[in-house]
Design a protein around this ligand. Structure first.
Ligand code: DON
Length: 574
C-alpha cells in the first residue's frame, strides 16, 4: 500500500470516528444535536429510534421503535413479555402518560405464593411461572401509537424484526445469562430459553458472534400485522396460554384478551419554578420524587455544595420520608381509591416533614410507626428510553421484566422472555418484618390488580416546554437516581452528562442505611456524614440513567446514556 493510500485511509478512519463522536457517545460529554435525540441502553436500539426520527417519526414513534428494538437486542430488560410506563410532554404543553404495567392473572389469589406455615414457597413470587404477570408492553406501545403516532405501526416494528432475523453481536454484558441457562438447559421449564439464547441451543456465544432470534421474529411479525391483537389474541396468545397450562402457570387466553393499558393524567409538581411531570400510581416513583423535591426545596442545596456531607444529609432525610410514605400508602389506584396522593405531593405536607429534619443529625427510621418495608434485593434490570423529536416533543419510557431476564422462562415457539413482576406484590398478607417482607393491604395480590413499581419516567418542563427527559432502571434505587439527576441539573447547573455520571446515594427508609457508590464519595465526606449518625454501605453502581436536556436558547439537544450501562448510547439527529 502506498503512503498516500495509508494517509487517505487514516483520514477516513479519523473522519468516521469524529463523525460518530459528534452524534453518539456515553459519558460526561453529552451528545449534541439539533433535530432529535434518543438515549437508550443499547446502541442498536438508539440508532433505530434515531432513524425513525429521520424518517419523520415523532417522539412516540421513535420510543415505540426503540422499545421493540430493545426487545431484541437487550433481552435482559428490553421486552414484549413485561410492562412499563410512558410519560409524554409535547412542545405544545400537552402532557399525558400510559400505564402498561403487568396485571395479576384472574386466577391469582392473595395467598398464591404461600406454602407451609404461611411462608413463601420455593421463592415462587420471584421464580417459576407463578411469578409471571400478564404482560402489558405490546398493548401499551400500541395504545400510545394509536393515540399519538405519526408513522405507520408496521414501520416501527420492522427494524426489530430485521434485528431478530439478521441478528446482532453478542456482548460481554450477556455472558452471565448464557452460563445461567447452560446450567439449566435440561430443565423442562428453561428448554425454550436454551433454544433461544444458546448457540444451536447448546453452546455459548463468544463476544461479537451474531445471535439470531427466528421465533421472536415471527412473533414480532404477528404484532406488526395485527397490532396488539398479534400478541393478546391468536397464535401468540395460544402459545403463552398453552405453555402456562402445560407447566403449571395461571395465565390464560382470557387473561391476555382482557388486558387493557390505561392512559392516565400525570402526577405533577413544581420545584424551584420548574414543572415536574411524572408517572402516577401504580408507579410510586412520581409521587415520591415530587414529595422529596418539595422537602429539599426549603434548603439551599447550591450553597451546601454538591455531595457535601451536609447536602447528602438533607437528601437522605428527604429519601427516608419519601420512602416511608411510599411503603405506607401506595398501590394500584384501581384497587385503592383512597390513596392520599394529593396530600403526599403538597407543599404544606413537605413543609411539615421538613420541620422534622434536624441539622447535622440523622433521624431514625422508626419501624414502630410502620413495621417495615420490602427490603429484598432488586437488580438494575429495567430499562429506560428517553426521546426528543425534531419538534421538541419528549417521551420518557421505562419498562421492565423485573429481574435481569425476568423469570428467564421463554415461551416455547414464541421466542421471548416472560417477566417475574408478580414479585413486586406483597407476598404474605399481614406479615411484615425487617428481613424482606411487607404485608400491608394496598399492594396485596388480587385478580387483575397491578403491582406497585418504582419506575420513575419523568420530564421537567419550563414555561410549557420540556427541559429535561429522564429515567433509569434500578429497582427501588430508580426513584433516588432520578431525584439526584434532577437536583444536579436544576440546583447544581450540571450539564446532562455530568448530572448522570455524578456519584449517587440511596436510602429507602428501611433498612436504615445509605448506600454510596464506591469511589464516588470521599472518605472525609463519609466520615462527616457518619458523624451525624448515618450508617453507610458501599454499592458498586446505582442505576443506568438515560437523559436529554433541551437547551431552548441555543436550540440544541444534549443527550447522555449512562456509562454505567454497558451497551448504552445516545444518538442525535443533525
Ligand atoms: O417496577 C419495579 O419497580 C421493578 N420491577 C423494577 C425492577 C428493576 O428496576 C430492577 N429489577 N429488578
Amino acid at each position: 500500500m502506498t503512503t498516500q493510500k495509508i494517509k487517505l485511509l487514516f483520514c477516513l478512519f479519523l473522519a468516521t470516528g469524529l463523525n460518530l463522536q459528534s452524534y453518539a457517545q456515553s459519558g460526561r460529554t453529552p451528545v449534541r444535536a439539533e433535530n432529535g435525540m434518543v438515549a437508550s441502553s443499547h446502541y442498536l436500539a438508539s440508532e433505530v429510534g434515531s432513524e425513525i426520527i429521520e424518517k419523520g417519526g415523532n417522539a412516540i414513534d421513535a420510543s415505540v421503535a426503540t422499545a421493540f428494538a430493545l426487545a431484541v437486542a437487550l433481552p435482559s430488560a428490553g421486552n414484549i413479555g413485561g410492562g412499563g410506563f410512558i410519560v409524554y410532554h409535547g412542545n405544545d404543553g400537552y402532557q399525558t402518560t400510559f400505564n402498561f404495567r403487568e396485571k395479576a392473572p384472574m386466577a391469582a389469589t392473595e395467598d398464591m405464593f404461600l406454602g407451609e406455615n404461611r411462608k413463601v414457597k420455593n421463592n415462587s413470587n420471584h421464580e417459576g411461572l407463578l411469578s409471571v404477570g400478564v404482560p402489558g408492553t405490546v398493548a401499551g406501545l400500541y395504545k400510545a401509537h394509536q393515540k399519538m403516532g405519526d408513522l405507520p405501526w408496521e414501520d416501527l416494528v420492522a427494524p426489530a424484526i430485521k434485528l431478530a432475523e439478521e441478528g446482532f453481536p453478542w456482548t460481554y454484558r450477556l455472558n452471565w445469562f448464557q452460563n445461567w441457562v447452560k446450567n439449566r438447559e435440561n430443565e423442562d421449564l428453561y428448554k425454550a430459553t436454551a433454544k433461544a439464547f444458546l448457540k444451536n441451543g447448546t453452546d455459548l456465544y463468544k463476544q461479537g458472534e451474531i445471535i439470531k432470534q427466528p421465533d421472536l421474529a415471527e412473533t414480532l411479525k404477528r404484532i406488526q400485522k395485527h397490532g396488539a391483537d398479534g400478541f393478546y389474541k391468536g397464535k401468540t396468545a395460544e402459545l403463552i396460554a398453552s405453555y402456562m397450562k402445560e407447566h403449571g402457570g395461571l395465565i390464560t387466553e382470557e387473561d391476555l384478551a382482557a388486558y387493557e393499558p390505561e392512559e392516565l393524567e400525570p402526577v405533577k409538581g413544581k420545584y424551584r419554578g420548574y414543572d415536574i411531570v411524572a408517572m402516577p400510581p401504580p408507579s410510586t416513583g412520581g409521587v415520591a420524587l415530587i414529595e422529596m423535591l418539595n422537602i429539599i426545596e426549603g434548603f439551599d442545596m447550591q450553597e451546601m455544595g454538591h455531595n457535601s456531607a451536609k447536602s447528602l444529609h438533607v437528601l437522605t432525610e428527604a429519601m427516608r420520608r419519601g420512602f416511608a410514605d411510599r411503603a405506607l400508602h401506595l398501590g394500584d389506584p384501581n384497587f385503592n381509591p383512597e390513596m392520599p396522593v394529593e396530600k403526599l405531593i403538597s407543599k404544606d405536607y413537605a413543609a411539615d416533614l421538613r420541620e422534622t429534619i434536624e441539622e447535622n443529625k440523622a433521624s431514625q427510621s422508626d419501624s414502630a410507626n410502620f413495621s417495615a418495608a420490602h427490603l429484598k434485593y432488586e437488580s438494575p434490570q429495567t430499562t429506560q428510553i428517553s426521546v426528543v423529536d425534531k419538534e421538541g416533543n419528549a417521551v420518557s419510557m421505562t419498562y421492565t421484566l423485573e429481574h435481569s431476564f425476568g423469570s428467564k422462562i421463554t415461551v416455547e415457539g414464541a421466542g421471548f422472555l416472560l417477566n417475574n413482576e408478580m414479585g413486586d406484590f406483597n407476598p404474605i398478607p399481614g406479615y411484615t418484618d425487617t428481613e424482606g417482607f411487607i404485608g400491608t393491604a394496598p399492594n396485596l395480590v388480587a385478580p387483575q390488580k397491578r403491582m406497585i413499581s418504582s419506575m420513575t419516567p419523568a420530564i421537567v418542563a419550563k414555561e410549557g416546554r420540556p427541559l429535561l427527559v429522564i429515567g433509569s432502571p434500578g429497582g427501588r434505587t430508580i426513584i433516588n437516581t432520578v431525584f439526584q439527576v434532577v437536583v444536579n441539573v436544576l440546583d447544581y447547573k450540571m450539564n446532562i452528562g455530568q448530572a448522570i455520571e455524578a456519584p449517587r446515594i440511596h436510602h429507602q427508609w428501611l433498612p436504615d442505611v445509605t448506600s454510596f457508590e464506591r469511589f464516588g464519595i470521599s472518605p472525609d465526606t463519609k466520615r462527616l456524614y457518619e458523624a451525624m449518625g448515618h450508617k453507610v454501605k458501599w454499592n458498586d453502581s446505582q442505576g443506568r440513567a438515560m437523559g436529554i436536556y433541551l437547551d431552548h436558547e441555543e436550540g440544541v439537544l444534549y443527550g447522555t446514556a449512562d456509562s454505567r450501562s454497558y451497551d448504552s448510547r445516545a444518538v442525535g439527529n443533525n
